[in-house]
Write a protein that binds this ligand. Structure first.
Ligand code: HEM
Length: 473
């Protein structure tokens, strides 16, 4: 398509010609292609791309121009070769309110502040050392989850609420050193309320809650100093680290803490639920994973984080889950910060970028038997065994790639591995007789979830003494 737009018209009156990727037919006045999206836009766009723009496709969503990448090659072009053009984010009511006026990391444009914070993430907030220091919080989280499940033994339960509460609690302890029981809603609830008024109210609730936490900590630190005559020791949670940096404003600190809750709670919990759903729908795979755990860990103690590197089949199960069920099917949408030439195309500034990770994960040109849940594909020599999720293999990028890649990838992945291993080792799972088949219908939101939360029946599996003892401690 050649699309002409007046650019800088007020000053120069100049017209600029853009050479855009192909677009699907059916663009309506005003709303453009909006009406084509439907309730599951990642699926619709995957279908449209097959016919109208297998690599790159343009879309007009109201007044917003978007390009959609649906192959590993196209994703690599945007996230690696032209990363400098496509690493921005758009402004919206959500970024304004929930990003504390873009003072956070997730919604911030690629400014000097954002680069500084990304650097802080890798050198400190999510460094291997810091992640290790949070180990007791994850271990306590697993214990409390297992004991909650134990209370439901042999009766149907929904796993999702328990997973969300556990993840929220772990993130709260890492971020601010204590539980957030006073917060009544999860990130998904907050984000699914798309209306600006509600968004503003929710942001205010978050803002005052986090400001309270911040003031409380400053006050406690002040007390420490008065008593000890020195400033408090090296921080043990993220808030301590952030408060030690004088250049950060309160909005910056609240923004980063809020990013941890929003970026870390649902993503992890929902991925674990997808893994369990696939394992229940594929009993031989569940059995193979339990066999691996029995061989490596045994049946008289529960799996620990130190065991995870010795569990290659577990890692393959998690990769396969993330291939079929990336929680962010379009990542977090990027935006071009400047005009950019991508191959034969000329893309204007402020173009929204949707990398359809969901479509890439199911592309038959990339994956053999793409709709089959088969972790063995990552085990066998010569097939996909070299593919990992760290952002270098564009056929599998559930955490993104390039400048905007998830800064807490290692933490997220570790948590998913640890929780899936613990749940599968400690319990046998079956579906209730009233719904004997897993319904894989999806619901689109900031995270794509199972439309009907998984309902399953747990029965303790490893040596009863271990599970009970673990949960009671
Ligand atoms: C399984 C778990 C997780 C998954 C699948 C995941 C996935 C993602 C994805 C797809 C992005 C956007 C990448 C892009 O824009 O290209 C992202 C960004 C981000 N994630 Fe994660 N994430 C997970 C866990 C976490 C955790 C545990 C935290 C923090 C505690 C976190 C914090 C962030 C932040 C702050 C960003 C924004 C980075 C930026 O815009 O520069 N994530 N994540």
């Amino acid at each position: 398509i050649v699309w002409t737009r007046r650019r800088g018209a007020e000053s120069s009156g100049r017209q600029e010609q853009w050479q855009l990727p192909p677009a699907p037919p059916g663009r309506w006045p005003v709303i453009g292609h909006f009406h084509l999206l439907g309730p599951l836009p990642h699926q619709t766009l995957a279908e449209l791309a097959k016919r109208h723009g297998p690599n790159l496709m343009s879309l007009h969503l109201g007044s917003v121009l978007a390009i959609v990448a649906s192959t590993p090659q196209a994703a690599q072009l945007l996230l690696q070769s032209h990363d400098h053009c496509f690493a921005s984010r758009h402004r919206s009511a959500a970024t304004l309110h929930l990003g504390f006026n873009r003072s956070d990391i997730l919604t911030s444009p690629p400014s000097a502040y954002w680069r500084r914070m990304r650097q802080l993430c890798s050198s400190d907030l999510f460094s291997p050392k810091r992640i290790l220091s949070f180990q007791p919080m994850r271990a306590a989280g697993v214990r409390s989850l297992l004991s909650e499940i134990l209370a439901h033994r042999d009766s149907p339960m929904q796993l999702r609420p328990a997973l969300l509460t556990t993840m929220l609690d772990i993130i709260a302890k890492m971020a601010i050193g204590r539980s957030l029981s006073r917060v009544s809603c999860h990130a998904t609830d907050l984000m699914s309320e798309g209306y600006e008024r509600r968004l503003k109210a929710v942001a205010q609730q978050w803002g005052s809650l986090l400001q309270g936490v911040l003031d409380e900590r400053r006050w406690a630190d002040e007390g420490d100093r008065r008593h000890s005559g020195s400033s408090s020791a090296m921080g043990t949670d993220v808030l301590d680290v952030l408060l030690s940096l004088p250049e950060l404003t309160d909005d910056n600190i609240k923004g980063v803490i809020a990013n941890m809750f929003m970026g870390g709670t649902d993503t992890t919990a929902i991925t674990i639920e997808w893994a369990l759903a696939e394992l229940l729908a594929n009993p031989p795979t569940l059995k193979a994973l339990q066999n691996e755990l029995d061989m490596v860990v045994g049946t008289t103690r529960l799996v620990e984080e130190e065991d995870l590197t010795n569990l290659p089949y577990l890692q393959a199960v998690v990769k396969e889950t993330m291939r079929l069920h990336p929680v962010g099917p379009f990542l977090v949408p990027h935006q071009s910060s400047q005009a950019c030439e991508v191959g034969e195309y000329k893309i204007p500034a402020d173009t929204r970028v949707l990398v359809n990770v969901w479509a890439i994960g199911r592309d038959p040109n990339v994956w053999d038997n793409p709709s089959r849940f088969d972790p063995n594909r990552f085990m066998e020599k010569g097939s996909y065994s070299h593919v990992n999720v760290y952002g270098r293999h564009f056929e599998l990028i559930p955490f993104g790639s390039g400048k905007r890649k998830c800064p807490a990838l290692s933490l997220g992945l570790l948590s998913v591995h640890f929780f899936v291993a613990s749940l599968v080792q400690a319990f046998d799972w079956k579906l209730p007789s009233t719904s004997p088949i897993v319904d894989f219908e999806e619901k689109y939101g900031l995270a794509v979830t199972l439309a009907s939360p998984l309902c399953i029946i747990p029965s303790p599996r490893v040596d009863k003494f271990s599970v009970d003892r673990c949960c009671l401690n």
